[in-house]
Design a protein around this ligand. Structure first.
Ligand code: UTP
Length: 289
């Protein structure tokens, strides 16, 4: 049973500048919750009990102040009888009560793989990995879908989603051998392929299950031309070394938040589907368009 997950959040979020100068991208809202809250909710719903955040300087404080209860604030809201707001804050309490937070530091933004390597002291067992750019809205939580596969295969798993041809050059795309419904053996990984040379229409979503062996390969992975160590490159090395890595085509809506347009679309998606505000927002949009 996997009980641990790593969430690297030490990237600079340059595609969301200037916003990300003051608000780390994990705290940008999707409707009325931060991206990181969606990830933690998915982790909790998937049975995760410990999350290791890989942070840059200062972010540990930001995570703690977002998730830790504030007695002063709660008392203020109680005194003012703002019960609805208290209920929303209590959702955060549930997360911090049921999940233990640990922190590892990445001093410089040297890539997603380098960030995960900083959490290696927690890596004596398989764990989930969440990239903060990707939120998945699904009946069965995205990580749960991967964990169900892991129970039988006990190998690293990459979440996959089919995308249209013209989008392929913007994603990591996998070459695969299909072995069951939605389940694939990964044969190769190509970063941002040209449309005609893409090995499939299956793109990598930022959700993984990794094993301690992945850390061994991350340690051996050379920095790329940008000076970064990338998780996908470590997977590629593993495949070349004859290791098995699975891909699972997840069920659900893939909402991306890594750049402005994707984040705006995801924000709209969650706002228009919001149980309290969705209907009114849909009317508003119809009036304005
Ligand atoms: P991204 O490549 O999408 O994030 O990393 P970024 O580098 O912050 O964004 P841009 O390209 O500058 O806009 C995917 C995940 O890996 C983390 C990010 O925080 C995000 O959760 N990451 C990335 C790190 O923790 N450290 C890094 O050096 C790079």
């Amino acid at each position: 049973m996997i009980k641990k997950a790593i969430i690297p959040i030490a990237g600079l979020g340059t595609r969301l500048l200037p916003l990300s100068k003051a608000v780390p991208k994990e705290f940008l809202p999707l409707a009325d919750k931060s991206t990181i809250q969606y990830l933690l909710e998915e982790a909790l719903a998937s049975g995760i009990e410990e999350v290791v955040f890989v942070v840059s300087a200062g972010k540990q404080r930001e995570i703690s102040s977002y998730f830790n209860p504030s007695q002063k604030l709660e008392k203020f809201l109680q005194d003012k009888k703002k019960d609805d707001i208290l209920t929303e804050l209590n959702q955060l309490k549930d997360l911090s009560k049921n999940i233990t937070f640990s922190f590892a530091t990445q001093k410089e933004p040297l890539g997603d793989g380098h960030a995960i390597l900083q959490a290696r002291k927690y890596s004596d067992e398989p764990c989930g990995v969440f990239f903060a750019d990707d939120v998945v809205d699904s009946k069965i939580p995205c990580l749960t879908q991967l964990l169900e596969v892991f129970q039988t295969c006990q190998k690293p798993i990459i979440a996959l989603k089919k995308i249209s041809k013209e989008k392929l050059p913007h994603y990591g795309v996998v070459g695969v051998e299909k072995i069951a419904s939605r389940l694939y053996k990964i044969k190769k990984i190509v970063e941002k392929p040209a449309i005609d040379s893409a090995p499939s229409n299956l793109a990598i979503v930022g959700r993984y299950v990794i094993t301690p062996e992945v850390f061994e390969f991350l340690k051996k992975t050379q920095r790329n031309e940008k000076g970064e160590i990338i998780l996908a490159q470590a997977f590629e090395r593993m495949i070349q070394a004859g290791k098995t890595i699975y891909g699972y085509e997840i069920d659900g809506e893939w909402l991306e938040c890594g750049d402005k347009l994707r984040w705006l679309k995801s924000n709209l998606y969650f706002s228009l589907h919001h149980p309290s505000y969705g209907e009114e927002l849909q009317k508003f949009l119809k009036e304005k368009l």
